[in-house]
Design a protein around this ligand. Sequence first.
Ligand SMILES: NC(=O)C1=CN([C@@H]2O[C@H](COP(=O)(O)OP(=O)(O)OC[C@H]3O[C@@H](n4cnc5c(N)ncnc54)[C@H](OP(=O)(O)O)[C@@H]3O)[C@@H](O)[C@H]2O)C=CC1
Ligand SMILES: CC(C)CCC[C@@H](C)[C@H]1CC[C@H]2[C@@H]3C(=O)C=C4C[C@@H](O)CC[C@]4(C)[C@H]3CC[C@]12C
Length: 282
Amino acid sequence: MDWFCIYTRCSDLSFYAATLKGKKVIVTGASSGIGEQMAYHLAKMGSHILITARTEDRLKKVVDKCVELGAASAHYIPGSMDNMTFAKQVVHEAEGLFGGLDMLILNHIGFTYFNYFDGNVDHVRDLLEINVLSYATMTVAALPMLKKSGGNVVVVSSFVGKVGAPFTVPYSTTKFALDGFFSSLRMEFKQQNTNVSITLCVISYIDTDSAVNTVAGVIQQPAAPKEECAFEIIKGGALRQREVYYQYQATKIPLLLRDWAPEFLEYIMLKNYDVTKLKPQQ
Ligand SMILES: NC(=O)C1=CN([C@@H]2O[C@H](COP(=O)(O)OP(=O)(O)OC[C@H]3O[C@@H](n4cnc5c(N)ncnc54)[C@H](OP(=O)(O)O)[C@@H]3O)[C@@H](O)[C@H]2O)C=CC1
Ligand SMILES: CC(C)CCC[C@@H](C)[C@H]1CC[C@H]2[C@@H]3C(=O)C=C4C[C@@H](O)CC[C@]4(C)[C@H]3CC[C@]12C
């Protein structure tokens, strides 16, 4: 067993020892994809869960399954994160339901295209509202409760929140912004001895329906499983890691090249794109 395996085993063990049983957790964007899978993991661990997204019937189905899987309690609140009043309302709902909060998992994203930048700066602004400002708004609203519990903020970002890539100009802009906001805030928390951890998750291509449909063959790299991805995100948050890299070899290794051999990294990334598979712009 090499050092990496030993490390992984130890961190898994310490995670299981400190599971999220009885913890109060909000998961945004949990009607599908990685967010839905995170809700199921938390349910199996026996957490109190509040999920949110826009589509009520999907949320209801996820909540029903969470109850079946063993959640201490499961609730949903439907609404759109382009509305900051709603973003605050979700946090206040958790306060009313649970009387506190241990973990805030920020995961939702607004719809975007996967193609050459179309010049529409209004779309960039709209996406910043949903993907960044609602995250900041919810964090500010949840901070009093998280300070009381010594809790965690978990921010789901992307490989393209660390490295620029073709066809994701508006999306990548929002994910880079999350790094600026949350990495700076994390340092202020250290400076002020604020006992709230911030985990930024750097995620590679995952097999969610929306991602696979959008990317449709353009990216040659295989998509990683959403169930495992969801587990690694929760584990990183519970262990108060500053960043999570999933999949490790598809994120951390290229990131090592980013500052030392940027042109080589660009070369590798472009080789992974099959532009002939690009869907026509809608
Ligand atoms: N899949 C991938 O390849 C990768 C994903 N990620 C990140 O993982 C996270 C989850 O992605 P993934 O599971 O693939 O995405 P999905 O499209 O499956 O899920 C997105 C979620 O956000 C919700 N949502 C969409 N628009 C809004 C809105 N306006 N207000 C509130 N909620 C909204 C959706 O529900 P509804 O439509 O009902 O509102 C859904 O629950 C994201 O942060 C993404 O950036 C990072 C790297 C790679
Ligand atoms: C070393 C390289 C080969 C790695 C390249 C990996 C790149 C291309 C991977 C890493 C993260 C991926 C994107 C992502 O984060 C989330 C979304 C949102 C979803 O709704 C639509 C798909 C999209 C844009 C993914 C597209 C493919 C991306 C850019």
